[in-house]
Design a protein around this ligand. Sequence first.
Ligand SMILES: *Cc1c(COP(=O)(O)O)cnc(C)c1O
Ligand code: SF4
Length: 332
Amino acid sequence: MSVTNLIRVRPQWQQELAQSITDPVELAQQLELPQGWVEQHLSARKLFPLRVTQYFVDQMERGNTADPLLLQVMPQADEFTQQAGFVTDPLEEQDNEHPGILHKYKSRVLVILRGGCAINCRYCFRRHFPYEDHHFGRAQLHQLIALIEADANINEVILSGGDPLMANDQQLDTVLTALEQLPQLKRIRIHSRLPVVLPSRLTHELAKRLQQSRLQAILVLHANHANEITQALMNALKVWADAGITLLNQSVLLAQINDDAITLAELSEALFAAGVLPYYLHQLDKVAGASHFSISDEKARNLEQQLRAMLPGFLVPKLVREVAGEASKTPL
Ligand SMILES: *Cc1c(COP(=O)(O)O)cnc(C)c1O
Ligand code: SF4
Protein backbone atom coordinates (compact mmCIF):
# COMPACT_ATOMS: atom_id res chain seq x y z
CA MET A 1 0.00 0.00 0.00
CA SER A 2 1.38 3.43 -0.85
CA VAL A 3 1.84 6.11 1.76
CA THR A 4 -1.02 8.18 0.35
CA ASN A 5 -3.36 5.21 0.69
CA LEU A 6 -2.29 4.75 4.28
CA ILE A 7 -3.08 8.36 5.07
CA ARG A 8 -6.43 8.10 3.37
CA VAL A 9 -7.51 5.07 5.40
CA ARG A 10 -6.45 6.54 8.72
CA PRO A 11 -9.63 7.06 10.73
CA GLN A 12 -10.93 10.58 11.24
CA TRP A 13 -10.10 10.59 14.95
CA GLN A 14 -6.44 9.78 14.34
CA GLN A 15 -6.17 12.61 11.85
CA GLU A 16 -7.69 14.99 14.38
CA LEU A 17 -5.35 13.68 17.07
CA ALA A 18 -2.32 14.39 14.90
CA GLN A 19 -3.42 18.04 14.80
CA SER A 20 -3.52 18.49 18.57
CA ILE A 21 -2.26 21.76 20.02
CA THR A 22 0.91 21.61 22.12
CA ASP A 23 2.07 25.23 22.06
CA PRO A 24 0.58 27.50 24.75
CA VAL A 25 1.29 30.59 22.64
CA GLU A 26 -0.71 29.17 19.74
CA LEU A 27 -3.56 28.28 22.08
CA ALA A 28 -3.54 31.78 23.56
CA GLN A 29 -3.59 33.36 20.11
CA GLN A 30 -6.53 31.26 18.98
CA LEU A 31 -8.45 32.18 22.10
CA GLU A 32 -7.43 35.85 21.94
CA LEU A 33 -6.07 35.79 25.48
CA PRO A 34 -4.01 38.72 26.83
CA GLN A 35 -0.32 38.17 26.04
CA GLY A 36 0.81 39.10 29.54
CA TRP A 37 -1.43 36.43 31.03
CA VAL A 38 0.13 33.74 28.88
CA GLU A 39 3.72 34.85 29.47
CA GLN A 40 3.50 34.60 33.23
CA HIS A 41 2.60 30.93 32.91
CA LEU A 42 4.83 29.77 30.06
CA SER A 43 7.55 28.10 32.13
CA ALA A 44 5.06 25.63 33.65
CA ARG A 45 4.88 23.66 30.41
CA LYS A 46 8.32 22.28 31.29
CA LEU A 47 6.76 20.46 34.27
CA PHE A 48 4.16 18.74 32.09
CA PRO A 49 3.61 19.74 28.47
CA LEU A 50 0.44 21.29 27.11
CA ARG A 51 -1.67 18.95 25.03
CA VAL A 52 -5.24 19.51 23.85
CA THR A 53 -7.39 18.68 20.83
CA GLN A 54 -8.67 21.40 18.51
CA TYR A 55 -12.21 20.17 19.16
CA PHE A 56 -11.85 20.79 22.91
CA VAL A 57 -10.37 24.25 22.28
CA ASP A 58 -13.38 25.00 20.06
CA GLN A 59 -15.61 24.64 23.14
CA MET A 60 -13.70 27.36 25.05
CA GLU A 61 -14.82 30.96 25.22
CA ARG A 62 -12.67 33.54 23.42
CA GLY A 63 -10.91 36.04 25.67
CA ASN A 64 -11.85 34.27 28.90
CA THR A 65 -8.80 33.38 31.03
CA ALA A 66 -11.16 31.75 33.55
CA ASP A 67 -12.85 29.43 31.04
CA PRO A 68 -13.43 26.12 32.87
CA LEU A 69 -12.11 24.04 29.98
CA LEU A 70 -9.06 26.26 29.45
CA LEU A 71 -8.11 25.97 33.13
CA GLN A 72 -8.03 22.19 32.81
CA VAL A 73 -5.31 22.26 30.14
CA MET A 74 -3.31 25.51 30.31
CA PRO A 75 0.04 25.28 32.14
CA GLN A 76 -0.04 27.68 35.10
CA ALA A 77 2.74 29.17 37.23
CA ASP A 78 0.87 27.81 40.28
CA GLU A 79 2.14 24.36 39.35
CA PHE A 80 5.52 25.31 40.83
CA THR A 81 3.92 25.72 44.26
CA GLN A 82 5.14 23.02 46.60
CA GLN A 83 2.59 22.09 49.18
CA ALA A 84 3.04 19.62 52.04
CA GLY A 85 1.35 16.30 51.28
CA PHE A 86 1.35 16.75 47.48
CA VAL A 87 3.71 14.11 46.06
CA THR A 88 4.72 12.67 42.69
CA ASP A 89 3.09 9.23 43.18
CA PRO A 90 0.05 9.82 45.43
CA LEU A 91 -1.41 6.37 44.82
CA GLU A 92 1.90 4.53 45.26
CA GLU A 93 1.57 2.84 41.91
CA GLN A 94 5.08 3.18 40.65
CA ASP A 95 6.62 0.11 42.31
CA ASN A 96 4.35 -2.41 40.73
CA GLU A 97 5.41 -6.01 40.25
CA HIS A 98 3.51 -6.34 36.94
CA PRO A 99 4.11 -3.18 34.93
CA GLY A 100 0.91 -2.09 33.17
CA ILE A 101 -1.40 -4.14 35.43
CA LEU A 102 -2.88 -2.82 38.70
CA HIS A 103 -4.64 -5.43 40.78
CA LYS A 104 -5.61 -3.55 43.91
CA TYR A 105 -9.31 -4.40 44.16
CA LYS A 106 -10.54 -7.94 44.64
CA SER A 107 -12.92 -8.53 41.73
CA ARG A 108 -11.43 -6.27 39.09
CA VAL A 109 -8.08 -5.75 37.50
CA LEU A 110 -7.04 -2.49 35.88
CA VAL A 111 -4.82 -2.44 32.82
CA ILE A 112 -2.77 0.52 31.66
CA LEU A 113 -3.38 -0.15 28.01
CA ARG A 114 -1.90 3.05 26.64
CA GLY A 115 0.36 5.56 28.33
CA GLY A 116 -0.55 8.64 26.35
CA CYS A 117 -3.67 10.80 26.37
CA ALA A 118 -5.19 13.13 23.80
CA ILE A 119 -5.14 15.84 26.44
CA ASN A 120 -2.89 16.61 29.35
CA CYS A 121 -5.09 17.54 32.30
CA ARG A 122 -3.12 19.76 34.63
CA TYR A 123 -4.51 18.02 37.73
CA CYS A 124 -3.69 14.52 36.45
CA PHE A 125 -2.69 12.18 39.25
CA ARG A 126 -0.38 10.44 36.80
CA ARG A 127 1.38 13.60 35.64
CA HIS A 128 4.66 12.19 36.96
CA PHE A 129 3.94 8.58 36.01
CA PRO A 130 6.74 6.73 34.19
CA TYR A 131 4.50 5.65 31.34
CA GLU A 132 7.46 4.45 29.29
CA ASP A 133 7.68 1.49 31.70
CA HIS A 134 4.02 0.68 31.08
CA HIS A 135 3.77 -0.37 27.47
CA PHE A 136 1.07 -3.03 27.16
CA GLY A 137 2.21 -5.51 24.54
CA ARG A 138 1.87 -9.20 23.85
CA ALA A 139 3.93 -10.16 26.92
CA GLN A 140 1.69 -8.06 29.20
CA LEU A 141 -1.44 -9.56 27.66
CA HIS A 142 -0.14 -13.04 28.48
CA GLN A 143 0.72 -11.89 31.99
CA LEU A 144 -2.78 -10.44 32.41
CA ILE A 145 -4.42 -13.69 31.28
CA ALA A 146 -2.23 -15.71 33.65
CA LEU A 147 -3.07 -13.37 36.54
CA ILE A 148 -6.82 -13.64 35.87
CA GLU A 149 -6.72 -17.41 35.49
CA ALA A 150 -4.88 -17.70 38.79
CA ASP A 151 -7.56 -15.75 40.69
CA ALA A 152 -11.19 -16.83 40.46
CA ASN A 153 -12.32 -13.62 42.19
CA ILE A 154 -11.61 -11.51 39.13
CA ASN A 155 -14.71 -11.01 36.97
CA GLU A 156 -14.08 -7.63 35.38
CA VAL A 157 -11.23 -6.04 33.45
CA ILE A 158 -10.87 -2.27 33.36
CA LEU A 159 -8.99 -0.78 30.44
CA SER A 160 -7.41 2.43 31.63
CA GLY A 161 -4.34 4.53 31.03
CA GLY A 162 -3.31 7.11 30.13
CA ASP A 163 -6.20 6.56 27.80
CA PRO A 164 -7.12 3.10 26.50
CA LEU A 165 -8.98 4.54 23.50
CA MET A 166 -5.63 5.84 22.22
CA ALA A 167 -5.27 2.22 21.09
CA ASN A 168 -6.85 1.66 17.71
CA ASP A 169 -9.87 -0.57 17.09
CA GLN A 170 -7.74 -3.53 15.91
CA GLN A 171 -5.57 -3.41 19.04
CA LEU A 172 -8.66 -3.29 21.23
CA ASP A 173 -10.15 -6.19 19.29
CA THR A 174 -7.04 -8.28 20.04
CA VAL A 175 -7.32 -7.66 23.79
CA LEU A 176 -11.07 -8.20 23.78
CA THR A 177 -10.82 -11.43 21.84
CA ALA A 178 -8.28 -12.78 24.35
CA LEU A 179 -10.40 -11.78 27.35
CA GLU A 180 -13.58 -13.27 25.88
CA GLN A 181 -11.94 -16.70 26.16
CA LEU A 182 -11.87 -16.46 29.95
CA PRO A 183 -15.21 -17.79 31.26
CA GLN A 184 -14.84 -16.16 34.69
CA LEU A 185 -15.02 -12.65 33.18
CA LYS A 186 -18.43 -10.93 33.02
CA ARG A 187 -17.60 -7.38 32.14
CA ILE A 188 -15.19 -5.19 30.28
CA ARG A 189 -14.94 -1.59 31.35
CA ILE A 190 -13.27 1.25 29.45
CA HIS A 191 -12.21 4.36 31.39
CA SER A 192 -11.58 7.08 28.85
CA ARG A 193 -11.51 10.84 28.49
CA LEU A 194 -11.05 10.61 24.73
CA PRO A 195 -14.74 10.75 23.79
CA VAL A 196 -15.07 14.05 25.67
CA VAL A 197 -12.10 15.65 23.94
CA LEU A 198 -12.53 13.87 20.58
CA PRO A 199 -16.06 12.52 20.00
CA SER A 200 -15.01 11.04 16.64
CA ARG A 201 -13.16 8.37 18.66
CA LEU A 202 -16.54 6.76 19.40
CA THR A 203 -16.50 4.79 16.16
CA HIS A 204 -19.48 2.75 15.04
CA GLU A 205 -17.12 -0.18 14.43
CA LEU A 206 -15.95 -0.30 18.04
CA ALA A 207 -19.51 0.06 19.36
CA LYS A 208 -20.53 -2.85 17.15
CA ARG A 209 -17.58 -4.95 18.28
CA LEU A 210 -18.50 -4.39 21.92
CA GLN A 211 -22.16 -5.09 21.20
CA GLN A 212 -21.22 -8.48 19.77
CA SER A 213 -19.02 -9.34 22.74
CA ARG A 214 -20.01 -11.96 25.27
CA LEU A 215 -18.76 -9.51 27.91
CA GLN A 216 -21.02 -6.67 29.05
CA ALA A 217 -19.41 -3.39 28.12
CA ILE A 218 -19.27 -0.23 30.19
CA LEU A 219 -17.80 3.07 29.07
CA VAL A 220 -16.82 5.44 31.88
CA LEU A 221 -16.27 8.95 30.57
CA HIS A 222 -14.42 11.74 32.31
CA ALA A 223 -16.09 15.14 32.03
CA ASN A 224 -15.85 17.86 34.68
CA HIS A 225 -18.09 20.62 33.38
CA ALA A 226 -21.37 20.85 31.41
CA ASN A 227 -19.57 22.76 28.63
CA GLU A 228 -17.85 19.45 27.79
CA ILE A 229 -21.18 17.82 26.89
CA THR A 230 -21.71 19.01 23.32
CA GLN A 231 -24.15 18.04 20.60
CA ALA A 232 -21.30 16.25 18.80
CA LEU A 233 -20.62 14.15 21.90
CA MET A 234 -24.33 13.43 22.40
CA ASN A 235 -24.67 12.24 18.81
CA ALA A 236 -21.65 9.96 19.13
CA LEU A 237 -22.82 8.54 22.47
CA LYS A 238 -26.26 7.77 21.07
CA VAL A 239 -24.73 5.12 18.81
CA TRP A 240 -22.96 3.54 21.79
CA ALA A 241 -26.07 3.63 23.94
CA ASP A 242 -28.06 2.02 21.11
CA ALA A 243 -25.40 -0.73 21.06
CA GLY A 244 -26.33 -1.54 24.66
CA ILE A 245 -23.17 -0.11 26.21
CA THR A 246 -23.66 1.25 29.73
CA LEU A 247 -22.50 4.87 29.92
CA LEU A 248 -21.14 6.38 33.15
CA ASN A 249 -19.08 9.43 34.01
CA GLN A 250 -16.48 10.30 36.60
CA SER A 251 -15.44 13.82 37.47
CA VAL A 252 -12.77 15.41 39.60
CA LEU A 253 -13.62 18.24 41.98
CA LEU A 254 -11.52 21.20 40.83
CA ALA A 255 -11.24 24.64 42.42
CA GLN A 256 -12.43 27.45 40.10
CA ILE A 257 -13.70 24.90 37.57
CA ASN A 258 -16.59 22.98 39.14
CA ASP A 259 -16.47 23.64 42.89
CA ASP A 260 -20.00 24.99 43.22
CA ALA A 261 -23.29 23.14 43.43
CA ILE A 262 -24.95 24.80 40.43
CA THR A 263 -22.07 23.89 38.11
CA LEU A 264 -22.11 20.29 39.36
CA ALA A 265 -25.89 20.05 39.02
CA GLU A 266 -25.68 21.36 35.45
CA LEU A 267 -23.07 18.72 34.69
CA SER A 268 -25.27 15.92 36.03
CA GLU A 269 -28.25 17.18 34.02
CA ALA A 270 -26.18 17.51 30.83
CA LEU A 271 -24.78 14.00 31.32
CA PHE A 272 -28.22 12.49 31.75
CA ALA A 273 -29.48 14.29 28.66
CA ALA A 274 -26.61 12.55 26.85
CA GLY A 275 -27.62 9.15 28.24
CA VAL A 276 -24.83 9.06 30.82
CA LEU A 277 -25.15 8.51 34.57
CA PRO A 278 -22.83 10.31 37.01
CA TYR A 279 -20.76 7.64 38.79
CA TYR A 280 -17.92 9.12 40.84
CA LEU A 281 -17.00 12.62 41.96
CA HIS A 282 -13.37 12.38 43.02
CA GLN A 283 -11.69 14.46 45.62
CA LEU A 284 -8.40 15.45 43.95
CA ASP A 285 -5.46 13.08 44.36
CA LYS A 286 -2.65 14.96 46.07
CA VAL A 287 -0.22 15.09 43.22
CA ALA A 288 2.66 17.58 43.21
CA GLY A 289 1.87 20.58 40.99
CA ALA A 290 -1.91 20.40 41.40
CA SER A 291 -2.46 21.84 44.87
CA HIS A 292 -4.09 24.98 43.45
CA PHE A 293 -6.98 22.79 42.22
CA SER A 294 -7.73 21.23 45.60
CA ILE A 295 -10.68 22.04 47.84
CA SER A 296 -11.17 21.03 51.46
CA ASP A 297 -13.04 17.84 52.43
CA GLU A 298 -15.48 20.00 54.34
CA LYS A 299 -16.35 21.99 51.25
CA ALA A 300 -16.59 18.81 49.17
CA ARG A 301 -19.06 17.25 51.63
CA ASN A 302 -21.05 20.45 51.69
CA LEU A 303 -21.29 20.42 47.88
CA GLU A 304 -22.52 16.84 47.93
CA GLN A 305 -25.19 17.74 50.45
CA GLN A 306 -26.38 20.63 48.29
CA LEU A 307 -26.50 18.34 45.25
CA ARG A 308 -28.72 15.86 47.11
CA ALA A 309 -31.22 18.63 47.69
CA MET A 310 -31.12 19.79 44.06
CA LEU A 311 -31.13 16.53 42.10
CA PRO A 312 -32.78 13.12 42.04
CA GLY A 313 -30.61 10.54 43.77
CA PHE A 314 -29.51 8.90 40.53
CA LEU A 315 -27.92 12.16 39.38
CA VAL A 316 -25.78 12.58 42.51
CA PRO A 317 -22.34 11.03 41.97
CA LYS A 318 -20.59 9.21 44.81
CA LEU A 319 -18.06 11.49 46.46
CA VAL A 320 -14.88 9.46 46.92
CA ARG A 321 -11.15 9.61 47.22
CA GLU A 322 -8.55 7.04 46.46
CA VAL A 323 -6.46 5.99 49.43
CA ALA A 324 -3.32 4.00 48.65
CA GLY A 325 -3.66 0.43 49.89
CA GLU A 326 -7.46 0.51 50.45
CA ALA A 327 -9.66 -2.26 48.98
CA SER A 328 -11.92 0.17 47.13
CA LYS A 329 -12.48 3.86 46.55
CA THR A 330 -13.14 5.48 49.91
CA PRO A 331 -16.33 7.53 50.49
CA LEU A 332 -15.61 10.92 51.99
C1 LIG B 1 -10.67 3.03 40.66
C2 LIG B 1 -10.03 1.74 40.41
C3 LIG B 1 -10.79 0.63 40.03
C4 LIG B 1 -12.28 0.70 39.80
O1 LIG B 1 -12.97 0.88 40.97
P1 LIG B 1 -14.57 0.85 40.95
O2 LIG B 1 -14.94 1.26 42.30
O3 LIG B 1 -14.95 -0.54 40.59
O4 LIG B 1 -14.98 1.80 39.88
C5 LIG B 1 -10.15 -0.58 39.88
N1 LIG B 1 -8.81 -0.71 40.06
C6 LIG B 1 -8.06 0.34 40.41
C7 LIG B 1 -6.61 0.13 40.61
C8 LIG B 1 -8.63 1.59 40.60
O5 LIG B 1 -7.86 2.63 40.92
S1 SF4 C 1 -7.26 12.03 30.55
FE1 SF4 C 1 -7.03 11.16 32.61
S2 SF4 C 1 -5.05 10.09 32.56
FE2 SF4 C 1 -5.12 11.48 30.76
S3 SF4 C 1 -4.15 13.39 31.46
FE3 SF4 C 1 -6.35 13.61 31.82
S4 SF4 C 1 -6.67 12.93 33.94
FE4 SF4 C 1 -4.67 12.19 33.29
